[in-house]
Design a protein around this ligand. Structure first.
Ligand code: BG6
Length: 487
């Protein structure tokens, strides 16, 4: 579907996210000729840069994030030609006049989009100031980048304040994991095939593991990260969104509210943690020095500028349960961490063991079937089955059915932010969180945050380049299981 002409105002336009992800994503769409010829991108920041000086920044900081195979001088020049820069103090209503001047006033046939890649503390002020200067119209859209609050109260406040200016149908809360190709493929797998749905329940599934492991440390984001930690940064959003897509009931259609209603039901069915349960079911960790890919790296507390007594977690593992007829008794193990042994994101669905072996082999020598959905680094599906080994006799052993999406679909890929930006520009809300989803996710994680805070829980140390604290293996080990990478 061709895009309608647009004015995209990007708050935080000179920031890290804009340079690493948003501008490269928009450029890629330019290269694919998706961007209407008269569309404009207005980057907004505090620095008093001229347009030329800002474009030098874009050249220096955004261009290196474009894959070399995607680069075309002509497309890059066309892209830069539509970028403007406005210096603005987001807190000062008077300074919005510069933005008013930079945006087109008549909006017929032009979508007006405000992308807030700023700290959440600015969301309410920016929205109110946009309304005050007349830029927020009933058909404009606002995009909110995470973190969307730091607890339930602040998330509610953001929803309320932003909601005073924009209707829910105008608000796009981004979780970039929902824009990843394999997450979309999970929807295709579950609801485009008849094979899995009958098995997708407690009768046949023994447990589900969802892992997002990073080799990278905190990098240059310490200021933000030290106030957030892995739970707020990854679990409350990315991991819970993946869990929702795995666990939700089939929506009646792939429409925004049909999908979001089902995700909300999952979040509301998550078993609430009591302090007693938290001890057994949640692990908080923080990396110490070690080696990642053979390179020595410092511990979190020794990162440049770090607080040597910081209690911020860089790892979290949780055993979650969903209290529904479909999932009662099936543990969902979630974990994420920085400076781990490998860079990967995957969902592992393990099925139950065969009830009885008709072969000479005992039941215990059969590996239960499992389905691995790989999001990163490569995208694919792996179905683990048992098969007969060739030759005389009847011995069975595990085999893998592999589907590599890059091999199967040779066409160019789209980065998560490209897909999500296109959806914003088209007004398509399915892959964005609704206000009630956001609040339900905070409601579930809040007892963990409160417990850590009130009890002063120290994160458990783990050596960089490993799979996290030993307690994370014990968490799953208590159920007689292992994380896939440790089995
Ligand atoms: C972001 C987090 O949302 O996701 C980062 O703030 C994290 O800390 C990143 O590194 C991981 O995203 P991806 O797409 O690289 O797995």
């Amino acid at each position: 579907m061709a895009l309608t002409d647009f004015d995209l105002a990007l708050f935080g336009g000179s920031g890290d996210l804009a340079m690493r992800k948003l501008l490269p994503a928009l450029y890629n769409r330019e290269r694919c000729r998706d961007i209407p010829s008269t569309a404009r991108i207005i980057c907004i920041g505090r620095h008093e840069w001229s347009r030329e000086a800002f474009l030098t920044e874009v050249e220096k900081n955004a261009k290196p994030h474009i894959a070399s195979g995607n680069f075309s001088e002509a497309a890059w020049n066309a892209f830069c030609a539509r970028i403007n820069y406005v210096a603005l103090d987001a807190m000062n209503p008077a300074s919005y006049q510069a933005l008013v001047d930079a945006m087109r006033q008549e909006t017929t046939g032009i979508n007006r989009v405000f992308y807030l890649a700023t700290p959440p503390s600015l969301f309410a002020t920016v929205c109110h100031n946009l309304a005050a200067c007349g830029l927020a119209t009933p058909n404009s859209r606002v995009v909110l980048e995470k973190p969307l609050g730091r607890d339930l109260a602040s998330a509610k406040q953001i929803n309320e304040e932003v909601g005073r200016v924009f209707a829910e149908s105008q608000i796009f809360r981004i979780d970039h994991y929902l824009g990843k190709e394999t997450v979309q493929n999970l929807l295709a797998l579950r609801f485009g095939n008849v094979l899995f749905e009958p098995l997708w329940r407690r009768e046949w599934i023994s447990d589900v593991q969802i892992t997002i492991a990073e080799e990278l440390g905190v990098g240059n984001r310490l200021d933000y990260y030290d106030t957030a930690g892995a739970l707020r940064d990854m679990l409350q959003n990315h991991l819970l969104q993946l869990l929702c897509i795995v666990a939700m009931e089939p929506p009646v259609a792939a429409t925004p509210d049909a999908v979001r209603d089902e995700k909300l039901k999952v979040l509301r069915s998550l078993k609430r943690f009591t302090p007693h349960m938290l001890v057994q079911n949640v692990v908080r960790g923080q990396y110490r020095s070690g080696y990642v890919d053979g390179v020595a790296v410092p511990g979190y507390r020794k990162e440049p500028g770090a607080n040597p007594g910081s209690r911020t977690e860089t790892f979290v593992a949780v055993k979650a349960e969903i209290e529904t007829w479909r999932w009662a008794g099936v543990p969902f193990y979630l974990r994420t961490g920085k400076r781990m042994a490998d860079q990967l994101a995957e969902i592992v669905v393990r099925f139950k063991s065969i009830p009885h072996s008709i072969f000479a082999q005992p039941n215990s020598s059969f590996q239960p079937n499992s389905l691995i959905i790989r999001l990163q680094p490569d995208e694919g599906l792996q179905l683990n089955l048992m098969a007969k080994t060739p030759g005389d006799g009847m011995r069975l052993r595990p085999v893998e059915l592999e589907l590599d999406f890059r091999e199967t679909f040779k066409q160019p890929r789209m980065e998560a932010y490209e897909r999500l930006l296109l959806d914003v520009l088209r007004g398509q809300l399915t892959l964005f969180m609704r206000s009630d989803e956001l609040e339900a996710a905070w409601e579930w994680v809040e007892p963990i945050l409160n417990y850590w805070e009130q009890e002063g829980i120290e994160p458990m140390p783990y050596t960089s380049g490993t799979w996290g604290p030993a307690a994370a293996s014990a968490l799953i080990g208590r159920d007689g299981l292992q994380w896939r990478e440790e089995s």
